[in-house]
Ligand binder design. Structure first.
Ligand SMILES: Cc1cc2nc3c(=O)[nH]c(=O)nc-3n(C[C@H](O)[C@H](O)[C@H](O)COP(=O)(O)O)c2cc1C
Length: 185
C-alpha cells in the first residue's frame, strides 16, 4: 500500500510556511490512560517553556483527536500523537483524525518533528507501527523513541476499568513533552 508518492518537485514544505512555535498534542483515550499521558506531556512542555522564559507565542496545545482540524496541524511546528491500542491498531477516533487531516496537510508539514505515545494492555506495537507509517507518509521527523505504556490489563473487567497511570510513567510522558518543547522553544 502506498501512502504517499512524495513528489520530487514539491517545494511547499513546512519550512516555507509561516507558523508559530506550537507543540500540538493530539490525543484520544477511552478509559483515561492516554488522556493522563497527554496531560503529563503538556505539563512537561509548559515546564520547559517556563524554564526557558519563552514568549506567549510559544505554546503547547492539547487537542482531542475528534476536534483537531487540518488548520491546527498547519499552525503547529511539532506534534505529539497519543492514543490507546484497540484491537491491535490505533483507536478508531485517532484513525479518524489521521483520515481527516492526512491529505489536507500532505506536503505542508514535511520535516517537522514528532513523537508518539501509546497506552496499551499488553501489546501496543500495532498502534505504534500504524502511526509511524502515517507520519512517514507526511515526512515528519521522529525525534524520540515511541513511548509505550502498558497497564497489563487482560480481562474484560480490567480492560474496561478507568485507568490510573503510574507516576513513573507520567514522568516519562513529561520528559517526552519537554523534549519536543525544547526543540521549538
Ligand atoms: C476495545 C478495546 C480493545 C483493546 N485492544 C487492545 C489491544 O489490541 N492490545 C493491547 O495491548 N491492549 C488493548 N486494549 C487495552 C487498552 O489499550 C488499554 O487498556 C489502554 O491502557 C487503554 O487506554 P485508554 O485508557 O487511554 O483508553 C483494548 C481495550 C479496548 C477497550
Amino acid at each position: 500500500m502506498v501512502i504517499s508518492t512524495f513528489p520530487e518537485d514539491s517545494t511547499d514544505t513546512a519550512t516555507d510556511n509561516q507558523r508559530g512555535a506550537t507543540l500540538l498534542i493530539v490525543w484520544h483515550s477511552r478509559t483515561g490512560a492516554a488522556r493522563q499521558m497527554a496531560e503529563a506531556a503538556r505539563q512537561g512542555a509548559m515546564d520547559i517553556f517556563e524554564e526557558l522564559e519563552v514568549g506567549p507565542q510559544t505554546r503547547c496545545i492539547l487537542s482531542q483527536a475528534a476536534e483537531t482540524t487540518p488548520d491546527q496541524m498547519l499552525q503547529a511546528s511539532a506534534y505529539l500523537f497519543c492514543c490507546p491500542e484497540n484491537l491491535a491498531s490505533m483507536s478508531g477516533a485517532m484513525k479518524e483524525f489521521f483520515d481527516t487531516c492526512y491529505y489536507p496537510v500532505l506536503d505542508r508539514i514535511a520535516g517537522l518533528p514528532y513523537a508518539l505515545m501509546v497506552s496499551a494492555g499488553t501489546d501496543g506495537a500495532g498502534a505504534v507501527r500504524q502511526m509511524q507509517r502515517i507520519c512517514t507518509g507526511w515526512r515528519l521527523r521522529e525525534v524520540a523513541e515511541p513511548l509505550l505504556i502498558r497497564s497489563g490489563a487482560q480481562t474484560p473487567e480490567a480492560i474496561l476499568a478507568p485507568k490510573r497511570v503510574q507516576e513513573t510513567d507520567l514522568d516519562a510522558c513529561r520528559t517526552m513533552g519537554a523534549t519536543l518543547a525544547a526543540l521549538i522553544a
